[in-house]
Design a protein around this ligand. Sequence first.
Ligand code: COA
Ligand code: MG
Length: 288
Amino acid sequence: MIRSLLYVPGNSDKFIAKAHERDADGIILDLEDAVLPSEKAGARQRLAQSVAAVGQNGAMVFVRVNAAETGLQDDDAAAACLAGAHGILVPKASKPEMLQALDHHLTRVERQMARADQMRLVPMIEEPGAVLNASAVATATPRNWGLLTGGEDLATSMNATPTPDMLRLPKLLVHLAAKAAGLRSLGLLRSVADFRDVEAITAATLEARQHGFDGATCVHPNVVPLLNRGFSPTQAECEWAREVVDAYARAEQAGLGAITVQGQMVDRPVVERARRILQVKQTSVETA
Ligand code: COA
Ligand code: MG
């Protein structure tokens, strides 16, 4: 499960030191927008220690590399790979060719270091053209693992303000592209920037989960528990799911394909959703 991904600026020793205690399912060590140009080389060098440090309690570790156009991306990606990160967030991903070039580069690095597992990629969609091209980006390489919209950059590139209303359509288009490609879809239908509005984040997490988002990124540790809770099935959902699965098993025995549970129709896709809820619940109990 990847319900919560916490951004940690890659040059912040203070944030890095305690990041593993924040209970995030994933940590994103940022080398890009949260790190000033003068700090970027140092942040890249630190990956050798920071990747292991933030992952010591079992969180997945991603590194957000710099965009291809900066000329820093290949060296950032190689450093992330050598440091043992699970994957890379690729900002300003707009064309499949960009991801394919990164894929080939990583294949060379992995071969040189005899790394057993493949680095995963999470392209970030941050321009209007990339939103419209999200399907091609999502299917560019088998390394793609998740997909997300960079709301702040998207708004800036469109001379827009990243209100929930402005972000809704592009984020849902990117979400559909992720789901169509079988990737994890990450995000809320709002910006990550106003991280103190607990009520709005809680509501947006519920909304995102109802749309089928798998988890979301955040910039502050206070948001992590909101995401972990919001992207997990509730007690009531688990009880409903149990009842549906049990009732459907009895119905199948009796030769029935559609039944009523709690006043609502239950047929195959409904049972499928109920089974998935129980499976997620089971997995979270096993890994807790
Ligand atoms: N990762 C890890 N720890 C963090 C953190 C983060 N992103 N943000 C805050 N913390 C820690 C602080 O170190 C502090 O810890 P302590 O109480 O143990 O000393 C605690 O959380 C409270 O921090 P707070 O004072 O509320 O935050 P701040 O005002 O210092 O910082 C931000 C606010 C937004 C500047 C900061 O959270 C941040 O830099 N976030 C990441 C930004 C980023 O990566 N952006 C790029 C992606 S969009
Ligand atoms: Mg950005």
